[in-house]
Ligand binder design. Structure first.
Ligand code: NDP
Ligand code: 8X3
Length: 255
């Protein structure tokens, strides 16, 4: 039977690597993102291996998501797996210095966009039933706060809890839901977060063997192809070279 995966944010990083992985395993692909030039290049490359459709789609555009995702091209139906990957962090500054516009963009993309795509594709995933999956990209930021993480951490906490809560609603449908929560990973994510600061990117990854997009692609593929009676609720991945720090304590200078 045809196996089709829809990947949001396929133009870069995890999503792009997942497109290559699923294509190499013979899955059909529906790839979305805002950068149409990258989608066209991906389609030209991957159509040599499998059926590929691309949609230039901003997940913040609810009407466009509903119009374009409600019905899949015939050669892609039925949809087995949705990878809710499109997302971003903007800024690393403490809350008082952060931009409210950036906060809203993260909420609109990581929360509202993910919810819109999920709601729109849910009927198709439920029609597939047993074996279907929704794989959400959370983050360690959803569980462990850090300075400057403010709204980004909040959006990923939402993704974790939303993933678990809709599992309750989908009980009996056969549709699985997983929250994949990676730690430090090397991708354009850091350039987006820092406004294109290549020095910040180099400094972050210097001397660290970070998670690579291909590691996440392999994990997503493993999740999507688990036996249909198994649901991984939550999966956290970190580089071996990353761990937690002690709590910060603010002491009174007079004591
Ligand atoms: P990248 O920046 O490499 O990729 C992000 C993708 O999201 C791009 O394809 C981008 O496509 C897409 N995207 C962003 N905004 C929108 C939007 N409004 N509409 C549609 N697509 C959008 O980052 P990663 O691959 O590293 O990140 C992927 C996911 O994993 C994100 O949700 C991120 O929060 C999460 N994550 C990342 C970690 C990391 O350290 N890198 C660790 C843990 C989780 P385009 O610009 O073409 O629209
Ligand atoms: C990305 C990982 O630690 O930069 O979600 O927030 S982190």
């Amino acid at each position: 039977m045809t196996q089709t995966v829809c990947i949001t944010g396929a133009t870069s990083g995890f999503g792009r690597a997942a497109a290559y992985k699923f294509a190499s395993e013979g899955w059909h692909l529906l790839l979305t993102g805002r950068r149409s030039d990258r989608l066209e290049a991906l389609q030209a490359e991957l159509a040599k291996q499998t059926e590929v459709a691309t949609l230039t789609l901003d997940v913040r555009d609810t009407a466009a998501c509903q119009a374009q995702l409600a019905t899949l091209p015939a050669n892609l139906a039925p949809l087995k797996t949705l990878i809710n990957n499109a997302g971003l962090a903007l800024g690393t500054t403490p809350a008082p210095q952060s931009s409210l516009d950036d906060w809203h963009t993260m909420i609109d993309t990581n929360i509202k966009g993910l919810v819109t795509v999920t709601k729109t594709l849910l009927p198709q995933l439920m029609a597939f039933g047993r074996g279907a999956s929704i794989l959400n990209l959370g983050s360690v930021a959803g569980s462990y706060p850090y300075p400057g993480g403010n709204v980004y951490c909040g959006t990923k906490a939402f993704v974790e809890q939303f993933s678990k809560a809709i599992r309750c609603d989908l009980l009996g449908s056969g549709v699985r839901v997983s929250n994949l929560a990676p730690g430090m990973s090397e991708s354009e994510f850091t350039l987006v977060r820092t406004g294109g600061n290549q020095q910040a990117y180099n400094d972050l990854y210097r001397g660290v063997e970070a998670i690579q997009p291909e590691d996440i692609a392999d994990t997503l593929y493993w999740l999507a192809t688990l036996p249909p009676h198994l649901n991984v609720n939550q999966l956290e991945l970190m580089p071996v070279q990353q761990a937690w720090s002690p709590f910060a304590v603010q002491r009174n200078s007079s004591d």
